[in-house]
Design a protein around this ligand. Structure first.
Ligand SMILES: Cc1cc2nc3c(=O)[nH]c(=O)nc-3n(C[C@H](O)[C@H](O)[C@H](O)COP(=O)(O)O)c2cc1C
Ligand SMILES: [Fe+2]
Ligand SMILES: [Fe+2]
Length: 404
């Protein structure tokens, strides 16, 4: 993909990874691929590269930079975040630009060495308020610890009203286009929400605080250029507002989101029959419900829906005194992500002693989800009474949702 001018003298020089389908191990399905965005900033005196790309795309970055002039003349490499999707190409870039100084947060200094060894780079740690004057363009640094690593920081160029926040406001969305107004908005917001749900959810309070801090700083920007996906130039307010909403449990404006997410697995369909009854009843009560068989849907997609739902209902049969292991990934992930302000309940079928429902119940609690009922455990294939009990569980959930 060709270099693109984001602002006069600021170019996108990143790479598009069209076919990556998993990120962070198997924890995040990237159905639409991703991009690794790097930005070249040309001042009247100095040149800076802000972030690099994932190592396999090093040559793409190098060829983009060559198009913009003599690579060895890069004066500064700003590293907003140590994670390798943005630093993989750094050692090679530093070989090509041996005189370049690396600017990063204090908390990035040691991790950089621990990733790449002590290669003798000239590293300058910066903190919020520090600036780098390129001549006609100044890079201001804003530390953003835990958004989403301790070392994370944002760069801001006031002359261009341009915010370069690295992973924050990003989306795993490969595209031939570089800007928000050039892609489908619903897809864009969906990928941004999935990114928030799976990466930033544990840091809700920090996100809200950081946005407030930026607003209070009075910094003016009209473009947000993150390190993944497209650049927000048409309406950066849209993603700021969405982050404010998601960090406080409000759904995306204009999106019709499921209010309840029902997730189950089953061996012989008994638990599925219960899941269908619960879903039917909730739907009859007027709720927008999404029903997932965990075996057929990637759990990072389910987490994206849970972000905007009010209730999570999980079901599993009992196998060897426990729930089916297929549900563990989702529940373990939720435990780490700790979605706030949600309620939940469990259900399932068993043959003799059971075990899945209490286990699911305690895992929901561990994820910070308020459990409204001990759950519904039935034996073998659901009878009419069991189906009615499943519907009754839905009605209890309805009541709890009304009481919220
Ligand atoms: C491999 C296997 C292990 C099982 N282990 C247990 C168990 O430890 N305790 C129990 O109460 N039921 C156990 N069951 C019985 C199932 O929980 C029961 O068949 C249930 O109705 C299945 O629900 P499903 O149709 O949703 O898969 C086991 C079944 C299988 C196939
Ligand atoms: Fe990251
Ligand atoms: Fe990233």
């Amino acid at each position: 993909m060709a270099i693109v001018e984001v602002k006069p003298g600021v170019h996108w020089v990143g790479a598009v990874d069209w076919n990556v389908r998993q990120f962070h191990g198997a924890t995040y399905s990237t159905h639409r691929g991703t991009t690794y965005n790097a930005y070249f900033v040309q001042g009247s005196k100095y040149r800076a590269l802000v972030d690099t790309v994932h190592a396999p795309f090093t040559e793409v970055l190098v060829s983009h930079l060559k198009n913009l002039g003599d690579l060895s003349k890069i004066d500064y490499v700003v590293i907003n975040h140590v994670e390798m999707d943005h630093t993989g190409a750094l050692p090679h870039i530093m070989e090509l630009c041996p005189k370049a100084k690396v600017y990063c947060s204090q908390r990035a200094v040691e991790p950089l060495k621990q990733h790449f060894g002590d290669l003798g780079w000239d590293i300058t740690p910066v903190k919020t308020g520090d600036t780098l004057d390129l001549g006609g363009k100044t890079i201001h640094f804003i530390e953003a610890p835990m958004l989403h690593w301790p070392d994370s920081m944002f760069s801001f160029i006031p002359e261009d009203k341009l915010l370069l926040p690295n992973d924050a406001f990003g989306q795993h969305l490969a595209s031939s286009q570089r800007f928000d107004d050039e892609v489908d908005n619903a897809i864009l917001m969906d990928e941004a929400a999935k990114y928030y749900a799976n990466i930033l959810l544990p840091f809700n309070a920090l996100v809200a605080r950081k946005i407030k801090e930026i607003v209070d700083m009075g910094i003016e920007f009209d473009t947000i250029a993150p390190s993944h996906g497209v650049i927000w130039r048409k309406d950066p307010g849209q993603i700021i507002k969405a982050y404010q909403n998601w960090s406080t449990g409000v759904e995306t404006p204009g999106r019709v989101s499921p209010e309840v997410v029902v997730v189950f697995d089953t061996m012989w369909n008994s638990t599925e029959i219960m899941a269908e009854a619960i879903t039917d009843e909730l739907s009859a009560l007027g709720y927008n419900v999404n029903l997932y068989n965990i075996g057929r849907t990637d759990y990072s997609d389910i987490i994206r829906e849970i972000l905007e739902a009010k209730a999570v209902v999980v079901g599993s049969p009992t196998m060897n005194n426990a729930m089916l292991p297929s549900l563990s990934s989702l529940l373990d992930a939720l435990k780490g992500l700790r979605p706030q302000g949600k309620i939940g309940v469990a259900f399932g079928s068993h043959g003799w002693k059971g075990g899945a429902v209490p286990q699911l119940t305690s895992l929901l609690s561990e994820a910070g989800i308020k459990v409204i009922d001990p759950g519904l455990a039935i034996q073998w294939v659901p009878s009419e009474t069991d189906i009615e009990a499943s519907r009754d569980l839905a009605r209890k959930l309805d009541q709890a949702l009304k009481d919220l």
